[in-house]
Every structure is written in structure tokens, then in C-alpha cells.
Design a protein around this ligand. Structure first.
Ligand SMILES: Cc1cc2nc3c(=O)[nH]c(=O)nc-3n(C[C@H](O)[C@H](O)[C@H](O)COP(=O)(O)OP(=O)(O)OC[C@H]3O[C@@H](n4cnc5c(N)ncnc54)[C@H](O)[C@@H]3O)c2cc1C
Length: 381
């Protein structure tokens, strides 16, 4: 039986493992910490890029494939794990996109999304929690009713449980340090707990992917981008929709909790949270939904996104080492685009027809560098 090692048990590593094990491959995941405890745990779980018209077609193609297939996948995971990832099709409201409206409308038409202007009473019924005193009576906002969201910690816990039931081995607290190479072929992974052998190896190490590769090979342009989030212990009905305004968004969960995110910070692998950001996020949350000032902040946290310059992930075989594959660099959109990126990688590993044209995602010479520290992401999307 073909044996594949995946480095990293985030959403990308685990969704890749699901497809491979279902195709009859023997899969081991090597995880330096605990499964699903990094970026994939920390995120908002919105199944859409924010301001999707700002992204290139390669991101859009993966996102659309994911949006089509998520409801079915989430039901499969729920039934086979006993854990509900709490998918809700809450829709997404954009409050202030006047400057980009034309671009947004053209993009939505080209990609066939429902994107409706709403105002007045219609808006009140869609999201009664907004601050209507700050709106002109004729102010329009834009609504995409089909966008859904999942609760990340539940999704990754459910995925882990499902994979264990499918027979995937997850070696936690085991760090991949380097690769075992014979001639020009990859034979396995050297970890701090010993050697693991396989026919192929997939690096799905999120923000850490370039750090692992750059010691030995040309690396993808991936660097950590911190995002701080907070959650209010609110009640059901305080907010009904995902609402996006000036780069900040609120996400209503099934039990009434409301998540508010998120910062974009460029300071290496540091995951500390700060009081300044806490205050700023609380202010922004109450600006968008005034009733949130009546509820306590239950928790503040940060995660490290696998930042890449244009948000286009690296999917494919490494040009310098046969049998070494990569699926990383999903930046702000690993949940929404991850499902398709994993399918695309598995199509390559198993020699199947690709779900989308694979070229834009490949590890070409121009997409690889010798030192990931040279990357400047400060103008990133
Ligand atoms: C605040 C925030 C909000 C977000 N909101 C959204 C959203 O609403 N929608 C959306 O689509 N996306 C969102 N994202 C982005 C999304 O969460 C990420 O793109 C996605 O989680 C990346 O998944 P991953 O599996 O590549 O990385 P990770 O989840 O970070 O997993 C990588 C794993 O690899 C392990 N690893 C790394 N190196 C090694 C090694 N050498 N040996 C062993 N293990 C290793 C790590 O420990 C980690 O567990 C958000 C992210 C953040 C931080």
C-alpha cells in the first residue's frame, strides 16, 4: 500500500489526509504540537474571502469550489465524528464599500454571485442589530446571502476524530526536522522522535512551512501574519449575519457568542495578545453592533496565518526533490480555499484529472526563494 507522510495537522494537513485515506493510502501525520491548535483553530471560519474582488482568479476558483462542496463535507464530518462543526449560512453584509463598489459589482457578475443592495426596512429585517442612528435613511449596504461559516475549533476537533476513526495515525508533539534522501529521491522525514519512512511527503506546515524547507531547499514565500481575535459571550439574536466594516468583522455563532476580528500584524512567530488591540476590537465591535457593549469579552487570542504575497497557495511537487510535495500559503483564506487546494494536491499525488487548472499554484522557480526572511508582506491583501 502506498504510504504518505503529511507534516502538519492543521486544516490543510487533515483535509489532505481525509482524501488520501479514503483513496486507500496509508497516511501518517506528523505534528509538532497538537492537531488543529494553530491557525486553523484561531480563525473566523468564514467560507468566503473578505472583499473577494480584491483577489486574483486562482484564489476565486479555489474559493468557489470550496463554497460549493462545504455543506456536504461538513455533514460527512459531523456524521462520522459525532462533533457538529456548526455550519450556518448566515450571509455576509458589507457596510461601507462605496470606494470599491463598481469593482465589486463587476466581480460578482463575472463570478455569478448573488450580491444585493439593501436599505431601510429590508436591512432592518436582515440585521436588526446594526446602529441605524449612524446611517442615512437611504444608505445602501451590500448583502451576499449564500455565504456560510463554521466554528473553527469544532471543525478541527471533528476532523481529527474522523481521521482517527478512518485509521490515520497522528503523531503529535513530533517535530519534522529534515528529510531522509537517497540519491535524488525522498525516502522519509527525520523528526525529534526518530525517522519515519514513506513513498511521498506532503508539507502542510502552515506559517512554518518555509522555515522547515529553507534550510535544505528553495522555499516558498510564506511568512507568519498574526491575527488577534476576541469573542463576546452574547445571546442568540444579538447579531444574525456576518457583518464586515472597515476591515473588521463580527461573526454570530449558533449559541449566541459573537467573534470579532481581526488584526494583520507582521512580527515573526509571536502569538502574544495585547491590551491595545483588545480595546480597539471592543470599540469596533460596538461601533458595528451597539448591543455588544452589554456583554463581556470571554476570550482574546491570536493565530499565525501562513502569509503569502498574493494569497495564492503553493500546491505541487518541489522542483528540487522528487516525492516532496507542498500545500501551504493559504494566508487569510485557508478554510474557504483549503478544501479545493487539498483536492488539487491529491489529484496530483494520485494522477487524477485536476479539479481546476493547476499551473498558477505550482512551485515554479519564480515562486521560490532562497531565504523567506526577504519577503515583504506589508502590502499584502
Ligand atoms: C485570526 C485569523 C482569522 C482567520 N479567519 C479565516 C476565515 O474566516 N476564513 C478562512 O478561510 N480562513 C481564515 N483564516 C486563515 C486560516 O485559518 C488559515 O489559512 C489556515 O488555518 C491555514 O491552515 P494550515 O493547516 O496551513 O495551517 P495551521 O492550522 O497553522 O497548521 C499547520 C500545522 O503544521 C504544524 N507544523 C508546522 N511545522 C511543523 C514541523 N516542522 N513538524 C511538525 N508539525 C509542524 C503546526 O504546528 C500546525 O499545527 C484566519 C486565520 C487567522 C489567524
Amino acid at each position: 500500500m502506498n504510504k504518505i507522510i503529511i507534516i502538519g495537522a492543521g486544516i490543510i494537513g487533515m483535509l489532505t489526509a481525509r482524501l488520501l485515506v479514503k483513496a486507500g493510502v496509508c497516511v501518517t501525520i506528523i505534528e509538532q504540537g497538537y492537531a488543529g491548535k494553530e491557525s486553523s483553530w484561531a480563525g473566523g471560519g468564514i467560507i468566503s474571502p473578505l472583499y473577494p474582488w480584491r483577489y486574483s482568479d486562482p484564489v476565486t476558483h479555489l474559493a468557489q469550489w470550496g463554497q460549493t462542496h462545504y455543506p456536504e463535507l461538513l455533514e460527512e464530518i459531523r456524521l462520522n465524528s459525532g462533533i457538529d462543526p456548526e455550519y450556518i449560512q448566515s450571509g455576509l453584509l458589507y457596510l461601507d464599500i462605496e470606494d470599491e463598489l463598481q469593482q465589486a459589482i463587476e466581480w460578482e457578475k463575472k463570478h455569478d454571485y448573488v450580491f444585493e443592495p439593501v436599505s431601510g426596512e429590508a436591512l432592518q429585517s436582515i440585521e436588526p442589530g446594526l446602529d441605524f442612528s449612524s446611517f442615512d435613511a437611504d444608505k445602501y449596504v451590500w448583502f451576499t446571502p449564500t455565504i456560510g461559516q463554521v466554528r473553527n475549533p469544532r471543525l478541527v476537533r471533528a476532523l481529527r476524530e474522523y481521521l482517527l476513526r478512518l485509521g490515520v495515525v497522528i503523531e503529535q508533539q513530533t517535530q519534522a526536522m529534515s528529510f531522509i534522501i537517497q540519491g535524488e529521491q525522498l525516502k522519509g522525514v527525520l523528526t525529534d522522535k526518530g525517522s519515519f519512512y514513506a513513498d511521498q511527503v506532503v508539507v502542510a506546515g502552515g506559517a512554518w512551512s518555509a522555515r522547515l524547507l529553507e534550510k535544505w531547499l528553495k522555499a516558498p514565500k510564506i511568512a507568519p501574519v498574526k491575527g488577534q481575535m476576541i469573542v463576546f459571550k452574547a445571546e442568540p439574536g444579538v447579531v444574525s449575519r456576518i457583518v464586515l466594516s472597515k476591515g473588521r468583522y463580527v461573526i454570530p455563532r449558533k449559541d449566541g457568542r459573537v467573534v470579532l476580528g481581526s488584526t494583520l500584524e507582521f512580527n515573526d512567530f509571536d502569538k502574544t495578545t495585547t491590551d491595545d488591540v483588545l480595546h480597539e476590537l471592543v470599540q469596533e465591535a460596538c461601533r458595528i453592533i451597539p448591543a455588544l457593549r452589554n456583554y463581556p469579552v470571554e476570550k482574546q487570542w491570536a493565530g499565525l496565518r501562513p502569509g503569502s504575497i498574493d494569497g495564492v497557495p503553493y500546491i505541487g511537487e518541489h522542483p528540487e526533490l522528487k516525492n516532496l510535495y507542498l500545500n501551504a500559503g493559504h494566508f487569510r483564506n485557508g478554510v474557504v480555499i483549503g478544501l479545493a487546494s487539498c483536492q488539487l494536491l491529491v489529484d496530483q499525488l494520485l494522477g487524477q484529472d485536476a479539479i481546476v487548472e493547476p499551473t498558477p499554484y505550482l512551485l515554479t522557480e519564480e515562486r521560490l526563494v532562497n531565504d523567506s526572511k526577504q519577503i515583504d508582506l506589508s502590502s499584502a491583501i
